[in-house]
Design a protein around this ligand. Structure first.
Ligand code: SIN
Ligand code: FE2
Length: 217
């Protein structure tokens, strides 16, 4: 299949920042497609709206979430899991748009992970003050595939640590179009997002949007 990811656009100048073995920031990797991607997110949200999920411990998450793909990540009092339908609508999640899929695969490849076929895209919306505490992504059946994370809108500080919660964390500011890929020796690294600072972004107004792609089986 030929698919021009940069149709009508110059490929971005990608700057790599190595975080750890298996983990890299690809600065501006999806900057040329940012507005198109945000429009695709808006289309997903029309079918499967953003919602604040509840942790198994009963806390409401500050980040609003939805998904597209064959499965979506959900949490409620019953626990964290992947579901093939949106519990809010009772319908399948909307599909991952082709451009998004291709970009996630291309980013994984740049990060050193070929054969990535994501079947989940978790979409996070951070209002000002929203955060994600340090955690590991470990609800997937298979850790051989990386996590590919794309950021849009308001900047946020991404914390990236080691395999123990107490390991020191690197702090990296992620801005629109930045992609982080972590897998291999870093697949179970602790990571999180500090509370998003007040601001305004021309494409998202007062929020940050983050997409994480996974291949869960
Ligand atoms: C996540 O860890 O699921 C989200 C990370 C981010 O928002 O950058
Ligand atoms: Fe995560």
């Amino acid at each position: 299949m030929t698919f021009d990811l940069f149709e009508h656009l110059e490929p971005p100048e990608v700057v790599r920042e190595n975080l750890a073995p298996g983990a890299v920031i690809l600065r501006h990797f999806v900057l040329p497609q940012a507005r198109t991607i945000l429009a695709q997110v808006a289309a997903v949200v029309k079918c499967s709206p953003f919602r604040h999920m509840t942790t198994p411990g009963g806390y409401g998450m500050s980040v609003a979430m939805t998904n597209c793909g064959d499965y979506g990540w959900v949490t409620d009092r019953q626990g964290y899991r992947y579901s093939d339908e949106d519990p809010l609508t009772g319908k399948p999640w909307p599909p991952i748009a082709s451009l998004l899929y291709q970009l996630a695969v291309a980013a994984a490849e740049q990060g050193g992970f070929s054969d990535f076929q994501p079947n989940v895209c978790l979409i996070n919306r951070y209002a000002i003050g929203a955060k994600m505490s340090l955690h590991q992504d470990k609800d997937e059946k298979n850790f051989t595939y990386p996590i590919v994370s794309m950021s849009f809108g308001l900047p946020a500080v991404f914390q990236f640590g080691g395999l123990s919660r107490s390991d020191t964390v690197q702090k990296c500011l992620l801005t629109q179009g930045d992609v982080v890929v972590w897998g291999g020796a870093s697949r179970l690294a602790y990571h999180g997002i500090l509370p998003v600072k007040a601001g305004h972004h021309p494409d998202t107004e007062d929020c940050r949007i983050n997409l994480t792609f996974r291949q869960i089986d």
